[in-house]
Design a protein around this ligand. Structure first.
Ligand code: KIV
Ligand code: ZN
Length: 517
């Protein structure tokens, strides 16, 4: 449905589709559903939940998100083929409002080398694909892949035919991030000038960030009349990523004087969404990243601090609170009770059942015993860690490490519980992490290769919890495992074990006997 306010910009989030396509950023079903819920809470208008034909996992994710999200349109991507479109139609069927997004390349380069199709054949495929998609839903979006490098006459012809065939949204991607702002704005203006039925559709843009211009190009397009922007949380996406949702939304909000456009996004959810996507994918946000970087609102230099104390507006163009960044608050001490803990979980946006609250409370008490000050971030990490580990086949039982200058080589003694059977191992390695990971491999042999090992401190201070990401790849499947603990080694083993559990879950989906290892 088209917004009645002519200056309202539809925010189309593709974190779960184009973002997730980024190598290593894979998310499992539960993780995608969690992200989708935060996006819906944030007020994103359209959630592109996946590419249903790509895999059964993608299909299930789109279907589950379609089932469980009420307030946003749920969209699935399809190429211009019958099988793709039918699969997407099936996946979005449970949605209250579902959209089919179908695309085909229109640039000479893509048509000749990628599609090996003549322009007339592509043009016919545009009409056929949109016509077919419209049989399943009234809400059809058509995209011209590599639109920014397409011949203008041909582009206009395809756009006009897509609208005639029933596409309500026409998306113009800068697929390879090649455009510059005035050129991209002019391309959108050209479509408004030359396509006779353009007023019957919402013009959308989808910009990649290869030259660091995705946000600038998107904003130039909005100025030229586009009223949907496709973007991702933290700018996640293939190569240099997609236009960052938080930057688009905050630029429109902060510079409303120059760009009088609005979105429906509740900006106070931005920080939570950013942290969730970063922790699930293991793609850390650079500290100086606009809006969501750790330093985005930090004022270190004396001159800046002095100015800030006199009047925050001297150096602050938007408040940290406006993006949901609140002062790290000391939450609860080890004497805090259940009621206060329950209240804190509610404040942090968690809606857990009684059993889960009890488990989390026990873990909070354990944490408060070893960590003097427990902050909001600690509680988030602790609850997320619990969510991550539910239903695991492999669990850490015990870990002992000897390392340092007098313990060479470092040794690890490890016990794992694999579906009820406790397996033990002791071994050495080049470092403590290497020793522990080698033990895991002995106890649970796989061909999986380690793609990433990353440690991140949840809060400041030497007693901070470590949040570790371990990325494993096995037979074309990539998973990100996470582990959190005040002991970095325990967090590391938990992360590796979590990644193995995720690989097993992925394999179980295709081969029920995969647990023989
Ligand atoms: O970048 C691109 O062209 C895309 C389309 C499928 C919309 O992601
Ligand atoms: Zn894209």
């Amino acid at each position: 449905m088209r917004p009645t306010d002519p200056n309202r910009v539809t925010i189309f989030d593709t974190t779960l589709r184009d973002g997730e396509q980024s190598p290593g950023a894979s998310m499992n079903l539960e993780e995608k559903v969690r992200v989708a819920h935060v996006l819906a809470e944030m007020g994103v208008d359209v959630i592109e939940a996946g590419f249903p034909i790509a895999s059964d996992g993608d299909f299930r994710a789109v279907q589950e998100i379609a089932r469980s999200i009420d307030d946003s349109v749920v969209c699935g991507l399809s190429r211009a083929t019958r099988t793709d479109i039918e699969r997407t139609a099936e996946a979005i069927k449970p949605a209250r409002r579902g959209r089919i997004h179908t695309f085909i390349s229109t640039s000479p380069l893509h048509m000749k080398f990628k599609l090996q199709m003549e322009p007339d054949e592509v043009h016919q495929a545009v009409i056929d694909s949109v016509t077919l998609a419209r049989k399943f839903t009234d809400d059809v979006e058509w995209s011209c892949e590599d639109g920014s490098r397409s011949d203008h006459d041909f582009l206009c012809r395809c756009v006009e035919s897509a609208i005639d065939a029933g596409a309500g949204t026409i998306n113009i991607p800068d697929t390879v991030g090649y455009a510059v702002p005035d050129e991209f704005g002019a391309l959108i203006a050209m479509l408004f000038d030359r396509v006779p039925n353009i007023d019957k559709a919402v013009v959308s843009v989808h910009c990649h960030n290869d030259l660091g211009l995705a946000v600038a190009n998107s904003l130039a397009a909005v100025d030229a009349g586009a009223r949907q922007v496709e973007c991702t949380v933290n700018g996640l996406g293939e190569r240099a990523g997609n236009a960052a949702m938080e930057e688009i939304v905050m630029a429109l909000r902060t510079r409303h004087d120059r760009m009088p456009y609005t979105t429906g996004v509740n900006t106070e959810v931005i920080t939570r969404a950013s942290r969730l996507v970063s922790s699930i994918t293991g793609f850390t946000v650079q500290p100086n990243k606009a809006i969501v970087g750790a330093n985005a609102f930090a004022h270190e230099s004396g001159i800046h601090q002095d100015g800030m104390l006199k009047n925050a507006q001297t150096y602050e163009i938007m408040t940290p609170e406006s993006v949901g960044l609140t002062q790290s608050t000391l939450v609860l001490g080890k004497h805090s009770g259940r009621a206060a803990f329950r209240e804190k979980l509610k404040d942090l946006g968690y809606d857990l059942g009684d059993n889960s609250i009890e488990d989390a409370f026990k873990r909070f008490k354990d944490l408060a015993d070893v960590k003097k000050e427990v902050y909001d971030e600690d509680i988030v990490a602790l609850v997320d860690d619990e969510v991550v580990r539910s239903n695991d086949h492999i669990q850490l039982v015990s870990l002992d490490i000897a390392c340092g200058t007098t313990h060479r080589p470092p040794t690890a003694a490890l016990e794992l519980n694999v579906d009820g059977e406790v397996r033990a191992c002791a071994g050495t390695g080049d470092g403590p992490v290497d020793a522990a990971f080698k033990c895991i491999k002995k106890l649970f042999p796989t061909e999986a290769t380690l793609q990433l090992y990353q440690v991140h401190a949840v809060t400041q201070g030497t007693d901070a919890q470590a949040e570790v990401t371990v990325r494993l790849q096995d037979q074309g499947v990539t998973v990100n495992g996470r582990g959190t603990d005040t002991d970095t080694m325990v967090a590391s083993v938990k992360a590796y074990v979590n990644a193995l559990n995720k690989l097993l879950t992925e394999r179980e989906k295709t081969a029920p006997s995969a647990l023989s290892a």
